[in-house]
Design a binder for this molecule. Structure first.
Ligand code: FAD
Length: 587
């Protein structure tokens, strides 16, 4: 029998990445004493810490010189909030909500200076200002960075501040349900790995900052913890999910694992080369070359591979950094170099790195308003007491395609806004009632899993599912492939109903953890596929070979997928367009 306990806090935040931590700090700054953060990994192992390349803000600290290298600006630079806005809208293929993008770009500088005042160790110009470099799809050198350890230093900075404020942490506790009754959020249930007990965490306000879901794919840059739990739990609790068909594939994953080789490598001047030794991006994005937006560069690489111009006719092309020289590589890209040495035995100072596109980022997610309040429809009906921010949320600043460096920014900035909104909300909200059956149901589910003697192994199901997602719901999609994927997902779900574990003990049971997470992936993989099948156009990261053009007349709208007894049901929501009407997207 699994032990259970019931605890309560004013605010419970699930996720200790940049979104969760910044929200917790904001709630504390705004006078809320009792703030708890739950994380299934130690906070400092959240995927935010793996981010390499940079965080965007139009500071204008650098300008391009004649060779397009960023150098210190003398007079405030050429960058502006308006340019950051225009780049982000264009990057989103006009599917991003422009009111949200306005907030993102105008509050960005304040986020950077806040990090700086908290002692974050950015790379600097000689005069002491924060250095900025190029990144894909940005028209100015705008990425603030700390070598290629940017996420690591940001996460350390926020964790220190959260500790300073006395935030209560529940590390290595996996949330297994979001408890909602009568459209009011009541709290969550978490499984504590070290003791095996289930903890009900009641709260006046709950926030999800649970991150992305790259682990639904065979080839991914994402940490093993990125299994999209928050999305599945919210969906099961009656929240629709927005724009799930938009999955970003990063151009440069290490071959064959998919581990990220940061876009900073191309930002610093790296080339992409095919088997014939050509810089093939000249065919696809002549003005931006390797620094086109990610959707375009990824498809170009895959097309080279598909048409037999991968290296030696194989499944990868080369990322060539040799011309940058040892000194620059060691100063600006130490992690990229080390990952190449450790994982494929290639030192990029001496040889090109084998790369392929890799599943990287989820543009879609839990729909929210500009303050992180979760909303249930186009009329912005709130789910009372439930907030979301960061990669699991969809306030829709990225639309159909995210620009690199806008995500660390989004997670911090909308985390801060959600934290403030929750602080205001709990000033007046009382602790909602707790349903008597919630904890016993959660316990019964886990006990049933542990008790099943024979059945399917979750890893086998996961491997089948991930291979199918990469094959048919990846970079290039078409009707027959998507229908085949839906069939495979349904079969996997059937098999999952018979899943049994090798380890039957509730304490530190990683087998159990993997099975719970696979259940989540199976839930939303279907939604990604349903959205991709419905959207009969190509926009941003979503490319249909049978509908290769963008279709604004029919598809300039967000999808919302709802859980019903008949299965997932799609509805739609208009895109917010304020000052940039849709145009053709050319680079
Ligand atoms: C390799 C890599 C490099 C990247 N580089 C950049 C970059 O240079 N610039 C940029 O802007 N973006 C980058 N990104 C994207 C960016 O890092 C993420 O989108 C962002 O950090 C997400 O932050 P988050 O706070 O939303 O979630 P995360 O940092 O992913 O944190 C999620 C948190 O949720 C917790 N959690 C999840 N499920 C549960 C559960 N069931 N129970 C309890 N806790 C749970 C986890 O423990 C974790 O603490 C990169 C991404 C990757 C994978």
């Amino acid at each position: 029998m699994i032990d259970t306990t019931i605890l309560a806090h004013d605010i419970v935040i699930v996720g200790a990445g940049l979104a969760g931590l910044r929200a917790a700090i904001a709630a504390k700054e705004n006078g809320i004493q009792d703030v708890a953060v739950v994380s299934k990994v130690h906070p400092l192992r959240s995927h935010s810490g793996a981010a390499q390349g940079g965080i965007a803000a139009a500071l204008g600290n650098t300008v391009p010189d004649k060779e397009n290298n960023p150098v210190a600006s003398q007079d405030g630079g050429q960058d502006s909030i308006d340019l950051h806005f225009a780049d982000t809208v264009k990057g989103s293929d006009w599917l991003g909500d422009q009111d949200a993008i306005e907030v993102l770009v105008s509050e960005a500088p304040s986020i950077l200076y806040e990090y700086e005042h908290w002692g974050c160790v950015f790379s600097r110009l000689d005069d002491g200002r924060i250095a900025q470099r190029w990144f894909g799809g940005h028209s100015q050198p705008r990425a603030c960075y700390a070598a290629d350890w940017t996420g690591h230093v940001l996460l350390q900075t926020l964790y220190q501040q959260a500790e300073r404020h006395g935030v209560k942490f529940y590390p290595e506790c996996e949330v297994t349900s979001l408890v909602v009754r009568d459209r009011v959020c009541r709290g969550v249930i978490a499984w504590e790995l070290a003791t095996g007990r289930l903890i009900a965490l009641r709260a006046r306000a709950v926030m999800f900052g649970t991150g992305g879901y790259g682990r639904a794919f065979r080839i991914t840059s994402n940490a093993t913890a990125n299994t999209g739990d928050g999305l599945a739990l919210a969906y099961r609790a009656g929240v629709p999910l927005e724009d799930m068909e938009f999955v970003q594939f990063h151009p440069t994953g290490l071959y064959p694992s998919g581990i990220l080789m940061s876009e900073a490598a191309r930002g610093e001047g790296g080339y992409l080369i095919n088997d014939a030794g050509e810089r093939f991006m000249s065919k696809y994005a002549p003005s931006k070359m390797e620094l086109g937006p990610r959707d375009l560069v990824s498809r170009s690489i895959q097309q080279e591979i598909n048409e037999g111009r991968g290296i030696g006719g194989g499944e990868y092309v080369h990322l060539d950094l040799r011309h940058l020289g040892a000194a620059k590589i060691k100063e600006r890209l130490p992690q990229v170099r080390q990952l190449g040495i450790d994982f494929v035995g290639v030192d990029c100072i001496e040889a090109p790195i084998p790369i392929q596109p890799t599943a990287h980022y989820s543009m879609g997610g839990i729909p929210t308003d500009l303050d992180g309040q979760v909303i249930l429809d186009a009329d912005k009906t709130p789910l009372v007491g439930f907030f979301a921010a960061g990669e699991c949320a969809c306030v829709s600043v990225h639309g159909a395609n995210r620009l690199g460096t806008n995500s660390l920014l989004e997670a911090t900035l909308f985390g801060r806004r959600a934290g403030r909104a929750m602080a205001a909300f709990v000033q007046t909200a009382s602790l909602p009632g707790w349903p008597a059956d919630a904890l016993s149901e959660a316990r019964a589910e886990i006990e049933a899993l542990l008790a099943r003697q024979r059945g399917e192994r979750s890893l086998d199901i996961a491997n089948t599912l991930r291979a199918e997602m990469t094959k048919n719901v990846g970079l290039f999609r078409e009707k027959a492939g998507l229908e085949a994927a839906l069939k495979v997902i349904a079969e996997c779900r059937e098999r999952f109903a018979r899943v049994s574990l090798d380890d039957k003990h509730p304490v530190f049971n990683t087998d159990l953890m993997a099975a719970i997470e696979l259940g989540h992936i199976l839930e939303f993989a279907e939604l990604v596929t349903v959205g991709a099948l419905a959207r009969q156009e190509s926009r941003g990261s979503h490319f249909r070979t049978d509908f290769p053009k963008r279709d604004d007349a029919n598809w300039l709208k967000h999808t919302l997928v709802y859980r019903t007894d008949r299965g997932p049901e799609l509805r739609f929501k208009p895109v917010v367009i304020t000052k940039s009407p849709p145009q053709e997207r050319k680079y």
